[in-house]
Ligand binder design. Structure first.
Ligand code: ADQ
Length: 468
């Protein structure tokens, strides 16, 4: 059986065993890896004094992990630096927050080279290699320089930025050129793919871009696909029906005392639009006073990337804003906004999703957004809640039956909330049905199969053996 080597910045324990607030990447890949009996290579999360390149192997629930420790300077320049302070904001349209330091770019190249060097002995000629996300764009190129001729695919979990903004990155050409060393590049949506093609046409006039998504640059050929990630829908539905979820739902309903719950669940990140969301809710309470004391917004937002200043800033702003909203509208018996900075296990989340009348999934930019799909999967078909979804999330391309909003507009958010709160049952059911059909069809297994089929495509060998 063809072996799959997955490479990502971090290697996380399988879902259900690790921290409650795992990122979307970990959530999706742990089920994918279990299916393919693969090996997952990445950073251990540990910092050491001097890089040794020693691999630590572990086997966890059918998944072999191979991790390496990084030295403090690597973590600072590559991870906190180039990945989280340069590329993340830039890829989420926040060029104002992006920091362009040569030391960051240098650390990024160094760590990608170290990853390649370290994983090289693991690679046999049969393996399919699948590299994930913006941390590791140059890895394919580093592997090629070391003689690896295997099929190598790359999947970008974030958006691809618009041309004009990407040009602000001093090393933009070098970054993009490294992508041509892959055989296949996957994007979350057609929008991000189109944005990439626009960049290539503008900046690499010599490249030959064909209609079917093949790009030739000199000797190199890379194919590009839009391949939206999904969730493990069946597992999430089961978890939403578990005893633990039911308990969480009942506890929540009890605490609501007949009020309608609006819910939001996000990593605490400026791309998730939490500030704008709070303003939208404030607007609902101000413009539709009939909802005062009748609704409650629960925003769950576990802190992330706390070493990065912009994340400390957004946290402070949200602390102040939530205090302001509660100060303005709360009564002795009602707190309008419950703002919670911690993670929950998946069953409890599912139960809370089920207890709600509406969800606000309103990122300003998001590669996909898995919470939108989890919310739909958790609903009771007889009495489903309403998904309010940002037009600027990759998920909006598949989830057109949600109430699609411009997350920058407090009025649109308030209107959508009012619409959701008074939506008749029949309309809630028909929207939910259409959304659920997509969440079920294009789930994580479909995503995995689509990407690997495309990666393995050109030698005509079936990938069927790779996936269940
Ligand atoms: P993220 O930006 O991390 O992922 P997202 O897709 O929303 O965003 O996934 C977050 C995951 O973490 C979800 O599974 C969610 O349930 C979980 N989670 C969030 N808050 C939680 C909490 N308080 N408690 C428990 N669990 C919590 C990146 C990209 C996304 C893309 C994914 C996958 O930014 O656009 O969808 O990768 O490709």
């Amino acid at each position: 059986m063809t072996r799959l080597i997955v490479v990502s910045n971090r290697v996380s324990p399988p879902v259900g065993e690790g921290k409650a607030n795992q990122g979307g990447l970990a959530v999706a890949l742990s089920s994918a890896l279990r299916e393919t009996n693969g090996i997952w290579f990445g950073w251990s999360g540990n910092e050491i004094d001097a890089f040794t390149g020693q691999i630590n192997f572990a086997r966890n629930d059918g998944v072999t992990t191979a991790t390496v420790d990084l030295e403090a300077q690597d973590v600072e320049e590559y991870y906190n630096g180039f990945a989280n302070r340069t590329l993340w904001p830039l890829f989420h349209d926040r060029v104002d927050l992006a920091e362009f330091e040569r030391t960051f770019a240098g650390g990024y190249e160094r760590v990608n080279a170290r990853f390649a060097e370290t994983m090289l002995p693991l690679v046999t000629s049969e393996d399919l290699i699948w590299v994930h996300d913006y941390h590791l764009i140059p890895l394919g190129s580093e592997l090629r320089q070391r003689g690896v001729t295997n099929h190598i695919g790359f999947f970008l979990h974030t958006p691809w930025p618009v041309l004009r903004l990407l040009l602000a990155l001093p090393s933009h050409r070098q970054l993009v050129e490294a992508l041509f060393d892959y055989d296949l590049i996957g994007f979350q949506s057609q929008t991000w793919l189109d944005s990439f093609l626009l960049y290539v046409r503008e900046q690499f006039a010599e490249a030959d871009v064909t209609e079917d998504g093949t790009i030739r640059l000199g000797e190199r050929t890379v194919r590009v696909v839009a391949c939206p990630i999904g969730i493990d829908t069946r597992e999430f539905v089961a978890s939403a029906r578990s005893e633990e979820a039911e308990q969480a739902r009942l506890d929540m309903l009890k605490s609501l005392d007949g009020r309608a719950l609006i819910i939001g669940v996000d990593r605490l990140d400026y791309s998730k639009g939490l500030e704008q969301r709070f303003h939208g809710y404030e607007r609902l309470l101000a413009d539709h006073p009939e909802y005062q004391e009748k609704v409650s917004l629960l925003q769950i937002a576990p802190p992330s990337r706390e070493n990065v200043e912009s994340y400390q800033d957004i946290r402070r702003q949200l602390d102040a804003l939530s205090g302001h909203i509660n100060g303005e509208f709360a009564t002795a018996l009602w707190v309008p906004l419950r703002y919670v900075n911690r993670g929950y296990d998946r069953a409890s989340l599912a139960g809370m999703f089920r207890a709600s009348r509406a969800a606000l999934v309103t990122p300003l930019r998001d590669g996909m957004n898995l919470v939108a799909k989890e919310y739909v999967a958790a609903q009771d078909p007889d009495d489903p809640g309403v998904l309010i979804l940002s037009r600027f999330a990759g998920a909006a391309e598949q989830m057109k039956e949600a109430l699609l909003v411009n997350p920058f507009s407090p009025e649109e958010l308030a209107d959508a909330l009012a619409q959701a709160l008074r939506m008749p049952l029949a309309e809630r059911q028909s929207r939910w049905k259409a959304l659920m059909a997509n969440v079920e069809r294009e789930d994580v297994h479909w995503w995995l199969r689509s990407f690997l089929d495309a990666l393995d495509d050109d030698d005509g060998e079936p990938t069927a053996s790779l996936v269940a």
